[in-house]
Design a protein around this ligand. Structure first.
Ligand code: PLP
Length: 390
């Protein structure tokens, strides 16, 4: 049968019918362990009753009104997000790329208010910020950009995890108004920078009057063991973008801003028909309540440690392992060779993993993963890796 879906994805040959926690079930009721959470989306696992209930209840009352009117759930969600993040206000949208679009527009507005006609934003090599024209232009991956020239102007690219590279770029270009960076690069290969990298960026942005803009779309919502990854550094950015796990599968994105950055976008500057609608916001409110009630953020650190310790033990003596690294439940196992094939081999063992940057196995298990499931993940995947590299 020919598919009438535009072939923008190379899909694996499996269709899931339902989920329960860290498990997914295919159409023949075979069970798979999900160590990817729909790419860091279903942090509470699949079919979480709190999210299910919130969506059901809200759908009985109201799905959508538009942003022509005040939306109670949106107000509540903004209150909670700002309280949890230390930011001042929020613009709601429907995806990560859109959240970054808002951040990019905000930075440009800042530049224009400073009298800079062509403001520029510093972005990183190996970064990923989305697939819209502005966000693919900000992304540091030529494959994402190939075929889509002309790109959006106004991005200056530097090496990740190199504070001097940012400093040099700023000193050479007085049109620079912001730095846009992931606290940990996800798509780029689970690249974890030096522990004080974000602190150094904060100092540099303060010194030069730049907006510090953090893309927390993959790292946020408890994934790394803090609600937001920058909270490991005891700093506050000026702008922070969220999406992925915010709705646990219900599409929602958010651009948070603080201080003067929170006042830059005003009526008529930006908008979204669906952004922050009652359905999406009630799902996100259920996500935040559940993170707190089940103390899932706090568990991410110990679970991440258990997983990496398990792999270190099982892969000990395998000379083809370059590195095993993690921050909470954002985990990378880097091999000395391309290993995309492992995704299919794992699928055959009913385990869902991902490979990014060609040589790094990426694991983003749901925060609700339990001890037995961790054991199964470590056993299955380390056996596969040892066979693959043998
Ligand atoms: C997934 C991701 C995006 C893009 O989000 P979409 O919802 O796919 O538009 C942007 N930045 C980072 C860091 C991401 O991981």
């Amino acid at each position: 049968m020919t598919s009438h879906i535009m072939p923008t994805y190379s899909r694996l040959p499996v269709t899931f019918d339902r989920g329960e926690g860290a498990w997914l079930f295919d159409e023949n009721n075979n069970r798979y362990l999900d160590a990817l959470s729909g790419i860091a989306v279903c942090n509470l696992g699949h079919a979480h009753p709190a999210v299910h209930q919130a969506i059901c209840e809200q759908s009985k009352k109201l799905l959508h009104t538009s942003n022509l009117y005040t939306i109670a759930a949106q107000e509540q969600l903004a209150d909670q997000l700002t309280a949890k993040s230390g930011m001042d206000n929020v613009f709601f949208c429907n995806s990560g790329a859109e959240a970054n679009e808002a951040a990019i527009k905000l930075a440009r507005k800042y530049g224009h208010e400073k009298g800079i006609a062509n403001p520029a934003i510093i972005v990183m090599e190996k970064s990923f910020h989305g697939r819209t024209l502005a966000t693919l232009s900000a992304t540091g991956n030529s494959k994402v950009q190939l075929g889509f020239a002309p790109l959006v102007e106004g991005f200056v690219r530097v090496t990740y995890n190199d504070i001097n590279a940012i400093k040099q770029a700023v000193e050479q270009n007085n049109a620079i108004v912001a730095v846009l960076v992931e606290p940990i690069q996800g798509e780029g290969g689970v690249n974890i920078p030096a522990t004080d990298y974000l602190n150094q960026i904060r100092d540099l942005c303060d010194h030069y009057g730049l907006l510090m803009m953090l893309d927390e779309i993959q790292t946020g919502i408890g994934r790394t063991g803090k609600f937001l990854a920058y909270q490991h550094n005891n700093i506050l950015p000026d702008v922070c973008t969220l999406a992925k796990a915010l709705g646990n599968g219900v599409p929602i994105g958010a651009c948070l801003a603080r201080g003067f950055a929170a006042q830059l976008l005003t009526a008529g500057n930006h908008g979204s028909t669906f952004g922050g609608n009652p359905l999406a916001c009630s799902a996100a409110l259920a996500v935040l309540a559940t993170l707190d009630a089940e103390q899932l953020t706090e568990q991410a650190e110990a679970k991440g440690l258990a997983i990496t310790a398990g792999f270190s033990a099982r892969l000990q003596g395998n000379a083809h392992i370059v590195d095993i690294r993690n921050k909470g439940l954002m985990i990378g196992i880097e091999l000395d060779r391309p290993c995309a094939e492992l995704v299919k081999l794992a699928l055959q063992q009913h385990l869902l993993v991902n490979v990014t940057n060609e040589t790094t196995i990426r694991l983003l298990p749901p925060l609700i993963i339990d001890g037995q499931q961790i054991q199964l993940l470590v056993d299955t995947l380390s056996t596969l890796i040892n066979e693959f590299t043998a």
